[in-house]
Design a protein around this ligand. Structure first.
Ligand code: ADP
Ligand code: MG
Length: 698
């Protein structure tokens, strides 16, 4: 694909690359010269022109040139070196907090400087903090850059100059015919792939820094489009691979179904029935099912999963259900035992917490097929867990697991069976999530799955009434909790902290539990957080369920799946710190019974208008899809899909939010490439995902 010496040109063949540098590049996923060409800048600096000092604007990057008119060390709150610099249009200040004696001596009055840096409003007017600078010799005038300066993603010990130099070398190896144009239905006829690559690596003088900064320049869009296609194609490929091996055919079993239904204390909603039928049809086929069920919190996904499990078990196969937390695993076990014991189905629980003899026993019962329904955390899919005959795997609250975990699990599913080898069967897979995924995202993040939506809540549910209240009125809120609990209702008090650390959150929760115990001496106040042992957490949840606890102070450990129907009031502290979808998840813990439920979002009194508006959305809607769309608008896909998940899907140039308009075309174009030129499909995947081949090969 590349000009001589061809695609095999190794990084080590470039000037200045030794084993040490090679290692660093490897960290960035760069193994071949082609990878460097697809290592794209994240932003640009404009050193092609000099900005007159009089025209400087705060919060922009600028290059200036002028004479030093004085330089001094200031001893303020922080010692700093300041340097006045002047051109024909005005003066400004350079400010350095870190400097040495030599530097100080060189920056003498009269010396001419060229500097580049960010302009800020400082105490002396506009200032440049720690600019890059060079002393300009009056005799040999320094040339200006002819191109915008790209800034690349980098890693420790790898300077921008180094990486820029490598990319320039790599581009020298590239010729227009060397990189094939594989996308015929181009969104922009202006740029071929070749031209677009050259352009983004070194935009010429006059290229719009504004468009480039936003990522909407036609050259960038040309590349983003192809990258989205690459991701879509790779997921489609995963799907094909996953379906190469046959799954067991598990036909509908009327008896088992009726028996199961007769013990249910409710009848299924229409949406539940519709989704169950789709699953039922999938199971009755040797093509492995790969289905994602999206259903808002409380829509009743668990029972749909249980129905699928009953069908598999009735056909003599085992079922594994994976949940993201111990609490949730335990809760599922209780539910499934309840539902399945009349059918004499044996339910087992396996979590990291089950050790020693007990663990050995569970493992044996899984291996000999005695446990038909196996529930657990990711411990289920560790080595040493061998199923006798696994026919279906179910993943609950998928958004808590990354794409990789999901794929690893799919792989493991087959290996976990006793019957390995070429004739190994592939279990069917069902994935459940309460995070509604906007259609546009689903198409790129879940192109490997069929999707069903449970778009109806069980009847009789009352919507949770949500209010948004300032922390200044905390006292009133506490009185409200008191009253509710005295009337026999139960409440959650959720503490959140911005830090991703369990410890901080746990400490905050401890503090609040203490406060509430003091203020509400007659209530039984429980406390649950991530630092407790799994067994402790489970027993606290049991006490709450059996109403021994009136008020449960909790961290976001209760975010997913927890189901206590009598709890009908939830207070969420520092609500502004959470994403809307997460708030929606939390709020879904109440409103599960027939009582009117309430949710109070407490916010910090000095909250910005903007953030208040955001919280107001929670008051106005209880539709998870609408909330997710709003979240996507306000915070971007990272928040909607969950950090773990987007940590997996790293785009080089595309941005799911910014480029949402491209996504509908992505599917069509990918489809036609797959149909007309499967080799091209593979080439596109390779060139875009080569540094990321865990995903491509998963
Ligand atoms: P989620 O979709 O959030 O996982 P669950 O499966 O936990 O929801 O269901 C929430 C609650 O609704 C549970 O208590 C469950 O037993 C109950 N439920 C499920 N389906 C129905 C239904 N069709 N009618 C009434 N209650 C239902
Ligand atoms: Mg659930």
């Amino acid at each position: 694909m590349l000009q001589k010496p061809g695609r095999q040109t190794q990084i080590a063949d470039l000037r200045g690359v030794g084993p040490k540098l090679e290692k660093k590049l490897f960290k960035l996923g760069i193994r071949e010269v082609l990878d460097l060409i697809f290592h794209l800048p994240i932003r640009y600096l404009d050193k092609t022109k000099i900005t007159p000092i009089g025209a400087l604007q705060p919060r922009t990057h600028a290059q200036i040139e002028g004479d030093i008119r004085g330089c001094d060390v200031l001893f303020g709150r922080r010692r700093s070196l300041i340097c006045r610099i002047q051109d024909q249009t005005g003066t400004t200040t350079l400010r350095f907090f870190h400097f040495n004696q030599t530097q100080r001596e060189r920056l003498r009055s009269g010396v001419r400087l060229r500097c580049f840096g960010e302009v800020r409003a400082g105490s002396t007017g506009l200032e440049l903090y720690h600019p890059e600078y060079q002393i300009v010799d009056n005799l040999t005038e320094a040339k200006l850059e002819q191109r915008l300066t790209p800034i690349y993603p980098s890693t420790e010990g790898l300077t921008q100059n180094r990486i820029r130099n490598l990319c320039t070398q790599a581009l020298e190896h590239l010729c227009p015919t060397g990189i094939s144009e594989l996308i015929k239905d181009n969104i922009s006829s202006e740029f071929s792939l070749f031209d677009a690559l050259i352009f983004v690596h070194s935009p010429p003088v006059g290229a719009s820094l504004d468009l480039l900064g936003k990522g909407t320049h036609p050259a960038q869009q040309r590349l983003a489009f192809e990258e989205l296609i690459a991701h879509h194609l790779s997921l489609r490929k995963l799907r094909q691979q996953a379906q190469l091996r046959p799954a067991p055919k598990l036909p509908f079993n009327k008896n088992a179904h009726l028996q199961f239904s007769s013990h249910l204390i409710f009848s299924l909603t229409e949406a539940q029935v519709r989704v169950s039928q789709a699953i039922c049809a999938n199971l009755n086929s040797t093509t492995p099912m790969l289905r994602l069920i999206q259903g808002d919190v409380g829509s009743g996904k668990t029972v749909v999963a249980a129905l699928a499990a009953v069908q598999a078990i009735a056909n003599g196969h085992q079922v594994a259900l994976m949940a993201p937390t111990e609490i949730l695993s335990e809760q599922h076990r209780l539910n499934f035992e309840n539902w399945m014991s009349p059918l004499e189905i044996h339910v087992a629980l396996l979590t990291g917490n089950i050790k020693g003899k007990a663990r050995k026993k569970v493992l044996e019962s899984i291996a000999n097929g005695e446990s038909q329904m196996v529930i657990g955390t990711h411990a289920l899919f560790q080595e040493g867990v061998i199923f006798q005959k696994l026919g279906l795997t179910i993943v609950d609250e998928q958004h808590r697991f990354g794409v990789h975990q999901r794929l690893a699990l799919r792989k493991k599913g087959g290996i976990g069976n006793h019957s390995t080898g070429t004739d190994a069967i592939m279990p069917h897979q069902l994935i459940m999530t309460a995070t509604p995924i906007p259609r546009t995202l689903a198409m790129t993040a879940y192109a490997d799955l069929d999707c069903s939506v449970i778009d109806e809540l069980p009847s009789g549910r009352k919507l949770v009434e949500t209010s948004v209240i300032s922390n200044l009125r905390r006292h009133d809120v506490i009185q409200r909790v008191k009253k509710a609990c005295q009337e026999g209702r139960q409440a959650y008090w959720v503490c959140t902290l911005i830090e991703e650390s369990n410890m901080f959150e746990a400490e905050a929760a401890e503090g609040i539990a203490k406060e509430l115990r003091l203020l509400l001496p007659k209530l039984s106040v429980g406390l649950i957080h991530g630092r407790l042992k799994p067994r402790e957490k489970i027993s606290i949840m049991e006490e709450f369920k059996s109403k021994k606890i009136n008020l449960l102070v909790a961290t976001t450990v209760i975010e997913v799946g927890v189901d206590v129907t009598n709890a009908s009031l939830m207070i969420i502290e520092n609500a502004e710190r959470l994403g809307l979808s997460q708030l929606h998840q939390l709020r879904g813990r109440v409103g599960r019974g027939s009582d009117q439920s309430h949710c109070v979002l407490l916010y910090n009194s000095n909250l910005s208008q903007n953030s208040k508006e955001r919280l107001k959305i929670m008051r106005e809607t209880s539709d998870g899809f609408e909330i997710a769309e709003k979240d996507l608008e306000l915070r971007g896909p990272g928040e909607v899909l969950g950090a773990r998940q987007t940590g997996d899907v790293q785009f080089r140039i595309a941005d799911l939010k910014r480029d949402a308009n491209l996504i509908p075309h992505v599917k069509d174009v990918a489809q036609s490439i797959l149909k007309n030129d499967p080799d091209a499909a593979q080439q596109i995947i390779d060139r875009w995902l080569s540094g990321n081949d865990q995903l491509a090969n998963a």
